[in-house]
Design a protein around this ligand. Structure first.
Ligand code: NAD
Length: 427
C-alpha cells in the first residue's frame, strides 16, 4: 500500500526543502515547522427541526511573528486539523511574500454549508465565534472567507464578535460586504493581482503584452478578473473553462478572436458556471474541459482547482507557452513542476501570484481601523504597488541564488518571518 502524505506533511516537506537551501537556524526551523497555536472545539447548532447537531471547528495560528495571524475559514466536509494546519502555514508565507504586516492562520468547520438552511448557517457562524472569540481579534488573528463561506457569513461573525466584546469591531474579520465594513476592490483583487504579476514577468522576459495570448482554467472569481485584467493589458484571452453543473463535467469555452470576458460574465452564474447555449449562440466554441491547457498561448492561468497541471496534462502544454501564472492554490503537482522547469516555462508560484486577495483583506482591516474608506482606484493602485514589488523581490532572489521561482518565493518569505522572530528576540 502506498502511503498517502497529507497536506500538512506536504507543507512541512516544502518548508524543510527551503530551510535546507537557506541553511536555516535549526531552532527557527523547528518553530516554523509547527503552528504556534491550534484550537479544536465543538460548535453545537440548533437545527430548524429543533434537534441539536454538533459540528467540529478549528482555528490554527501558524505564525504571528510579523503581525496578527491572517487567513480564511473553510466550511468543507473533509476539513481536518491537518488541512487547516497546512493552509495556515501557507498563509504565513503568502503574507510574508506580499510584505503585509500579518502572520498566517486558517480556520474551518467540517460541514457542507450548502446542506444547511440560511438560519442554520447563521447559528453555525455565530457559534464558531462564541467558541474562539477570546483568541481572535484585530490585534491577534483576523479570519476571512474561504471555500464554503461568504461575505454575508463574515457580517454575522463580525456582529457576534462585536456583541461579545461590547464594541463595534469591524477589523476582527475581513471579506465583509461593502457597506458593512468591506473594502471596494476586493472582488477584483485576486484576479487583477494575477495580471499585475504577469505584466511584471513579461517585462523581465521581454514579452509584449499586446501580442500575447492567455488560456485560463476556471471562470469564477479569480479567473473572471484575470481575464478582464489580461484584456486590459492589451492581450487576447483565447479561452476560459468551467465546471458544468448540469452535465457534471468541465468545458472549455473559446472564441477565434479571443473571448469577451464581460459578455461571458453576463451569462455566468454565481458558481462560475457559464450558460453554454448562450455562449454557442454568440459564436463561441465549446470544447472538452481540459482543452484550455493545449491552446497556443503565451500564458497559462490555472484558476480553478488544485492538481490540474500534473504529470499527464503537462505533456499537452503548447510549445509557445512561456509563463504559467498560478491563480489557484496548488494547481501544479511536483512531477509537473519538474517538467516545467526542464522546459524553461517561467512559473509565478501560487502564494505570490494570488496574493492580491489577502493584500486587499489587509487594506480592509486598515480602513476599518481608521474608520475611513478608500476609493476603488486607491485600493487597486496600492495593490498594484505591493504586488509589483513582491514580484521583483522574488525574481531578484531567483536570479541571485539561481533557484526556481517557487523556491525563491519561499526563500523571500521564510527570510522575512525569521528576521521578525530575531528582531522580537525569539531566536
Ligand atoms: P470560484 O468557486 O469562484 O470559481 C471556481 C471556478 O472553477 C468556477 O468557474 C468553476 O466552474 C471552475 N471549475 C471547477 N472545476 C473545474 C474543472 N474541473 N475544470 C474547469 N473549471 C472548473 O473560486 P475562486 O474564488 O475563483 O478560486 C479559484 C482558485 O483560486 C482556488 O484554488 C482558490 O483557493 C484560489 N484562490 C482564490 C482567491 C480569491 O480571492 N477568490 C484567493 C487566493 C486563491
Amino acid at each position: 500500500m502506498t502511503e498517502q502524505i497529507n497536506a500538512f506533511q506536504m507543507a512541512q516537506a516544502q518548508f524543510d526543502h527551503v530551510a535546507r537551501l537557506l541553511n536555516l537556524d535549526p531552532q527557527a526551523a523547528e518553530m516554523l515547522r509547527w503552528p504556534t497555536r491550534e484550537f479544536r472545539f465543538q460548535v453545537p447548532v440548533r437545527m430548524d427541526d429543533g434537534s441539536i447537531r454538533v459540528f467540529f471547528g478549528y482555528r490554527v495560528q501558524h505564525s504571528d511573528a510579523r503581525g496578527p495571524a491572517k487567513g480564511g475559514i473553510r466550511f468543507h466536509p473533509s476539513e481536518t486539523l491537518d488541512t487547516v494546519r497546512a493552509l495556515a502555514m501557507w498563509m504565513t508565507w503568502k503574507t510574508a511574500v506580499a510584505d503585509i504586516p500579518l502572520g498566517g492562520g486558517k480556520g474551518g468547520v467540517a460541514v457542507d454549508s450548502a446542506s444547511l438552511s440560511i438560519g442554520e448557517q447563521e447559528r453555525l457562524c455565530r457559534g464558531w465565534i462564541r467558541q474562539i472569540y477570546r483568541n481572535i481579534g484585530p490585534r491577534q488573528d483576523v479570519p476571512a472567507p474561504d471555500v464554503g463561506t461568504n461575505p454575508r457569513m463574515m457580517g454575522w461573525m463580525m456582529d457576534e464578535y462585536s456583541r461579545l466584546v461590547g464594541e463595534y469591531t469591524p477589523g476582527v474579520i475581513t471579506g465583509k460586504p461593502v457597506g458593512g465594513g468591506g473594502s471596494l476592490g476586493r472582488t477584483e483583487a485576486t484576479g487583477f493581482g494575477v495580471v499585475y504579476n504577469i505584466r511584471e514577468a513579461m517585462k523581465r522576459l521581454d514579452i509584449k503584452p499586446e501580442n500575447s495570448i492567455a488560456a485560463i482554467q476556471g471562470f469564477g472569481n479569480v479567473a473572471q478578473y484575470a481575464a478582464i485584467g489580461f484584456k486590459n493589458l492589451g492581450g487576447k484571452v483565447a479561452c476560459v473553462s468551467y465546471w458544468d453543473r448540469d452535465d457534471q463535467r468541465p468545458y472549455t469555452v473559446s472564441h477565434k478572436d479571443g473571448i469577451d470576458p464581460e459578455f461571458l460574465q453576463s451569462i455566468t452564474d454565481v458558481y462560475g458556471t457559464i450558460d453554454k447555449d448562450k455562449a454557442r449562440d454568440a459564436g463561441y466554441q465549446i470544447e472538452d474541459g481540459m482543452a484550455w491547457i493545449s491552446k497556443e498561448a503565451d500564458v497559462l492561468i490555472p484558476a480553478a482547482l488544485e492538481g490540474q497541471v500534473n504529470a499527464e496534462t503537462v505533456q499537452n502544454i503548447h510549445p509557445r507557452v512561456k509563463i504559467l501564472a498560478e491563480g489557484a492554490n496548488g494547481p501544479t503537482t511536483p512531477e509537473a513542476d519538474a517538467v516545467l522547469q526542464e522546459r524553461g516555462i517561467f512559473n509565478i508560484p501560487d502564494f505570490l501570484c494570488n496574493a492580491g486577495g489577502v493584500t486587499v483583506s489587509y487594506f480592509e482591516s486598515v480602513q476599518n481601523d481608521m474608520n475611513f474608506y478608500w476609493s476603488r482606484e486607491e485600493v487597486l493602485s496600492r495593490l498594484d504597488a505591493k504586488l509589483t514589488k513582491a514580484f521583483h523581490d522574488v525574481y531578484e532572489m531567483a536570479e541571485r541564488e539561481k533557484v526556481y521561482m517557487r523556491d525563491a518565493a519561499y526563500m523571500v518569505a521564510i527570510d522575512k518571518v525569521v528576521k521578525a522572530m530575531e528582531l522580537r528576540g525569539w531566536l
